[in-house]
Ligand binder design. Structure first.
Ligand code: PSV
Ligand code: MN
Ligand code: MN
Length: 386
């Protein structure tokens, strides 16, 4: 296989998971702008996700969020997905929306609230059994706002205890993906604030527990690719929640704010053997002012572009320059790959997959946007949170 053919083959097998909540209305704490044609239930979200997969060919799974995507029959929902060429992906838990969780969920000082939270996580594993989902994705809003509010160390003990109970419940092929976030909604301490804390818990739990890197969850200036390299080296990178940020947890389209950072991350993924299928490439975005489906298509394409550039790095030349201590030469090798226009290559990849080479234009021509606006009348639109 030529190098170009190998790059194309890798791009054809890469899978990007789209989040059910990105198809619904979302906003800031100031306002949610409703858009016409937005899904009213989980099935309609899957219908939109199927469109994204049809256009890109590389978005075969959809992450669910419970209870936002609650249905009576999860096996039937999985069949609805299958009928559209999709599978259900990670199950995201939600222990941050009930009044009971004012002081936390699995880290709450009151054992009865912790019990409620753990029961929800166990229910999520039941749902995974019904949907065939492999990953349980955990993000906790737990934390404190004021020094002294609660015992930092005791909260870690409660967290460890809760995670251990859920870990025990996982099936052989199921994984627990633990996501960290620097701050928000808590402003003084967050109970899983960084990759080190997530890693320490995952290490204790065992091989089925891995860390999720949400690209919007770090302090400004954090070298995310270093974290990626380290987690991959330790066999503990479970996946990504891809999005862009200019300031904090902005949840913008991935690759929009800093395509160079996305390339650097993808280079470490490629370098560290992360293209094997073990690392989940998920999107975690909210589209507030832009149209949902084309925004998700754009994000999928941005991941592909960064991946294509990362796969195109001349690794022999890079190794040689690094070995020779050729600082500028090594940097040039990497920059050459980043500066390459990979869009023609991706157009070829899509044509070889029987797809339109330009998914954005194909969506605009498809009539889907007009169809959902005409058909999805009445009922309540789904939002980030319902
Ligand atoms: C909240 O910060 C958040 O954006 C996390 O990144 C989760 O992955 C996502 O919501 C869904 O719960
Ligand atoms: Mn996330
Ligand atoms: Mn987030």
């Amino acid at each position: 296989m030529t190098e170009r053919a190998a790059v194309k083959a890798a791009l054809k097998t890469q899978a990007v998971e789209t989040p059910s909540w990105a198809y619904g209305n979302s906003g800031t704490r100031f306002k949610v702008f409703a858009q016409q044609g937005v899904p009213r239930d989980p099935r309609e979200k899957l219908d939109d996700a199927a469109k994204v997969h049809e256009l890109t060919g590389v978005a075969p799974t959809v992450a669910l969020h419970i209870p936002w995507d609650t249905v009576d029959d999860y096996a039937a929902l999985a069949r609805h997905a299958e009928d559209r060429g999709l599978r259900l992906g990670a199950i995201n838990s939600n222990t941050f929306q009930d009044d009971d969780y004012r002081l936390g969920s699995v880290c709450h000082p009151d054992a009865s609230v912790r019990r409620k939270a753990v029961d929800h996580l166990l229910e999520c594993v039941d749902i995974m059994d019904a949907t065939g989902s492999k990953d349980l994705k955990l993000w906790f809003a737990d934390g404190t706002n004021y020094p002294g509010q609660d015992d930092i160390r005791a909260r870690q003990d409660r967290l460890a205890e809760a995670l251990a109970e859920v870990y025990e419940r996982l099936g052989d092929d199921q994984r627990m993906l633990l996501e960290y976030k620097l701050f928000e909604p808590a402003f003084y301490t967050t109970d899983v604030p960084d990759w080190g804390t997530a890693y320490a818990h995952c290490l204790r739990l065992g091989p089925k527990a891995r860390v999720v890197v949400d690209t919007g969850h770090h302090a400004p200036g954090t070298n995310i690719e270093f974290i990626v390299a380290t987690l991959l080296r330790e066999g503990k990178l479970g996946g990504f929640d891809f999005n862009s940020r200019f300031y904090a947890d902005d949840d913008l389209m991935v690759g929009a704010a800093d395509p160079f950072q996305l390339f650097r991350i993808m280079y470490e993924v490629v370098r560290g053997g992360g293209m094997s299928g073990d690392v989940a490439f998920m999107l975690d975005q909210c589209h507030n002012v832009e149209s949902k489906i084309p925004a998700i298509v754009r994000s999928v394409m941005n991941v592909q572009e960064a991946t294509a550039k990362a796969l195109s790095v001349d690794r022999d030349a890079l190794r040689a320059a690094q070995r020779d201590g050729d600082v500028l030469g090594a940097n040039s090798v990497l920059m050459d790959a980043f500066s390459t226009d990979v869009r023609p290559l991706l157009r070829e990849v899509r044509e070889e997959m029987g797809l339109d080479p330009d998914p954005m234009a194909a969506y605009a021509r498809s009539g889907w946007a007009e169809k959902i606006v005409a058909e999805r009348v009445g009922g309540e639109q789904a939002g980030w949170g319902a």
